[in-house]
Ligand binder design. Structure first.
Ligand SMILES: Nc1ncnc2c1ncn2[C@@H]1O[C@H](COP(=O)(O)OP(=O)(O)OP(=O)(O)O)[C@@H](O)[C@H]1O
Ligand SMILES: [Mg+2]
Length: 359
């Protein structure tokens, strides 16, 4: 009688060496994503450590790893533990980083009112839902939206190290000038400060703790204030929000050029208020022209991250402090935000691995 063939961990690693991470375009073994391989007779278990919990390819990688190991003769059961460890983002400047914060992402637009704050809030929540630790910083000093949109507004405390404690809502750490405004409407802590000084304080004097992603909601425009801001913040990437009209797209290009000027990689364009779906007949209407965001992304050779329809539920959620990702977790709009968050996180992983040239 033949002795039953037994696998060892080397066989398992060899099999897993054929599983390619579709975003990072390398096998999961050489990427050091496979950990804790254990073989117990015909049972194999191991951990796959993704580069982000928001990885859109999570299920595909798991399935391919499972079937690769199951194909090994002698293997009857495969147990895979999926975890993640977000890699430190690459900095494209000599600015002071924030200790413990792996990625800082700016949400920007050239034009005002296109939905930056709405997108920033919902992307932050979508990332948090995947299990990532997330912060949201409102850098709009003159028109802060985060307090209203996240439904929290009280004065932050100061810890024993004299650092400001961020507020928290739905697991996301928050900071906004709106939390610090006095009854007279003027800032209590920073009376008449320069924007960049406030921003620096928000970055370095707030106790953000350990964060995988810090999302920054930028004020509208591409003027000096925004430029100063982008230069003050150690960004690892930026996303540009636009609406489909030509005027907005023109400004989106300016936004893009601004980031190129300060050498911050643009992770992609998001087209907000793209179209309207009738609640009664489900027909899609392109209120503005169609496809402008995608075309602009193609022209500028940056990724197009997706379209978000115009929907009264999104607006009401913003006004009521109940963002759609939390208020309507199963809605198609929420799925869009989650999809965009995943793609954005994947691009950050690619950048962290390979540097700006990979984008
Ligand atoms: N997809 C959408 N559907 C419906 N309403 C939306 C959508 N996106 C944003 N809004 C609404 O449009 C208004 C402007 O959005 P928001 O404040 O996010 O824009 P903004 O770009 O941050 O503006 P600002 O330039 O003033 O900072 C808000 O009332 C918001 O609720
Ligand atoms: Mg805003």
């Amino acid at each position: 009688m033949f002795k039953r063939r037994e696998v060892d961990s080397a066989n398992v690693l060899q099999a897993l060496g054929k599983v390619i991470d579709p975003d990072l375009k390398r096998d999961i073994v050489s990427l050091n994503m496979v950990k804790d391989v254990e073989v117990n007779k015909s049972k194999v278990s191991f951990t796959i450590e993704l580069t982000t919990p928001a990885c859109p390819m999570k299920e595909k990688i798991r399935e391919e790893a499972e079937s690769a190991v199951k194909e090994l003769p002698g293997v009857e059961a495969v147990e895979i533990n999926m975890t993640s460890n977000v890699k430190q983002g690459r900095l494209f400047s000599d600015k002071k980083t924030i200790e413990g914060v792996k990625h800082i992402i700016a949400v920007a637009s050239g034009k005002g009112g296109v939905g930056k704050s709405t997108v920033a809030v919902n992307l932050a929540l979508a990332l948090e839902e995947t299990g990532a630790s997330v912060g949201l910083m409102d850098s709009d000093i003159y028109g802060p939206s985060v307090p209203t949109m996240m439904g929290v507004n009280y004065k932050p405390g100061v810890n024993e190290d004299k650092r400001i404690m961020p507020l928290s809502s739905n697991g996301v750490k928050l900071m906004s000038i709106g939390f610090l405004l006095g009854d007279d409407g003027g800032p209590i802590i920073w009376r008449g400060p320069l924007i960049s000084q406030v921003i620096r304080q928000f970055l370095h004097d707030v106790d953000w703790g350990r964060l995988d992603y810090l999302v920054i909601d930028l004020p509208p425009g591409t003027g000096d204030a925004q430029l100063t801001l982008c230069q003050a913040v150690p960004l690892t990437g930026a996303v540009i929000v636009t609406t489909p009209q030509d005027v907005a797209l023109l400004d989106a290009r300016k936004g893009l050029q601004m980031f190129q000027q300060v050498k911050v990689p643009v992770l992609g364009i998001i087209e907000n208020m793209s179209y309207f779906v009738c609640g009664h007949c489900s027909q899609r209407t392109d209120i503005f022209s169609a496809g402008g965001g995608r075309r602009t992304a193609e022209e500028m050779e940056i990724p197009f991250l997706g379209e978000i329809p115009i929907d009264p539920v999104i607006c009401v959620g913003g006004d009521d402090g109940k963002p759609i990702v939390k208020a309507h977790p199963e809605s198609p709009q929420t799925k869009r935000f989650k999809g965009i968050a995943g793609d954005m996180a994947a691009r950050l992983s690619i950048l962290a691995l390979a540097g700006a040239d990979a984008v």
